[in-house]
Design a protein around this ligand. Structure first.
Ligand SMILES: [Fe+2]
Length: 280
């Protein structure tokens, strides 16, 4: 199997189930192959959107209504939002494996393995949605996750810094509260799916952390200081709402880095001035 063409086909695939099948096939091939064929006939395509089905309709984040979980449709909308995150996560992981060349083979392998786990998550969440009489595509969704992939497509260091370490790590923060709401509803099967997602997601953020550190080291950059600068420049926050420090530490954030970030973000909230240490 030629890995890059196979990844390209999976990325551009617009059918969700087919994308999952293709992703699983690439991952199975990698698991059974000692040395991957990373020969690429052409450079990575620069596309604005990865393959996605015609539905869900993509709308700006502000246009996604928050619904009450007490209604059947409201509950399904919440499950749909999780399924949509998992669907995007397949494309994000495939894109990391596909786009960034001249990195160690283990980089490609790591992101293909992550993509297959995301495809598994998506399938599980879609089943839960179907159990409640709905399907993927029934509610509008936003494209925030993929937009950040597009903005960071020119540099693997930026991608590792801002997608797994910021956006995906948010999943670790919010999952326990969502799980508690679902448990309150008595939906044990969905809780079991969330447990699988949560466990795997710690590993995905850890993969992002590992390669972020690797790329910083390769370029002689200080990881924590650079990360703070990127958060400021891209107007992103880590400490917005509850931060799950335990899960983040499991995923490779040091307690020192988390404390530094919290401090840094508080200073951004208050004065809006750059802290002294960043003015160089
Ligand atoms: Fe996931």
């Amino acid at each position: 199997m030629l890995i890059y063409p196979a990844l390209e086909a999976a990325l551009l695939c617009t059918d969700a189930a087919d994308k999952c099948r293709q992703t699983a096939a690439v991952a199975a091939h990698c698991a059974n192959t000692e040395s991957l064929n990373l020969h690429a006939a052409a450079a990575a395509l620069d596309f604005r959107h990865a393959g996605h089905p015609a539905k869900p309709e993509l709308v700006p984040p502000a246009a996604v209504k928050t619904r009450k979980m007490t209604t059947a449709a409201g509950y399904a909308a919440m499950l749909h939002a999780i399924a949509h995150i998992e669907f995007n996560a397949i494309n994000l992981a495939l894109d990391a494996a596909y786009r960034f060349r001249r990195l160690p083979e283990t980089f490609v392998r790591d992101w293909i393995r992550v993509a297959a786990e995301e495809a598994h998550h998506f399938g599980l969440m879609r089943q839960r949605l179907q159990h409640w009489g709905f399907d993927y595509g029934d509610f509008p969704a936003h494209n925030h996750l993929w937009d950040m992939a597009y903005k960071t497509a020119f540099d693997p260091l930026l991608r590792m810094a801002l997608v797994p370490r910021v956006l995906e790590a948010r999943g670790l923060d919010v999952t326990p509260a969502i799980r508690a709401k679902i448990a309150q509803k008595g939906d044990a099967d969905t809780c079991a799916v969330l447990d699988v997602i949560y466990r795997d997601e710690v590993g995905h953020v850890a993969v992002g952390n590992h390669w972020y550190q690797y790329l910083c080291q390769q370029r002689g950059l200080a990881p924590v200081a650079l990360f703070r600068r990127l958060l400021g420049r891209y107007d992103l926050f880590v400490f917005r709402g509850h931060v799950n420090a335990e899960a983040r530490e499991q995923a490779g954030f040091s307690a020192f880095e988390l404390a530094m970030l919290e401090n840094f973000e508080q200073s951004r909230h208050v004065g809006g001035h750059w802290p002294q240490a960043l003015q160089h």
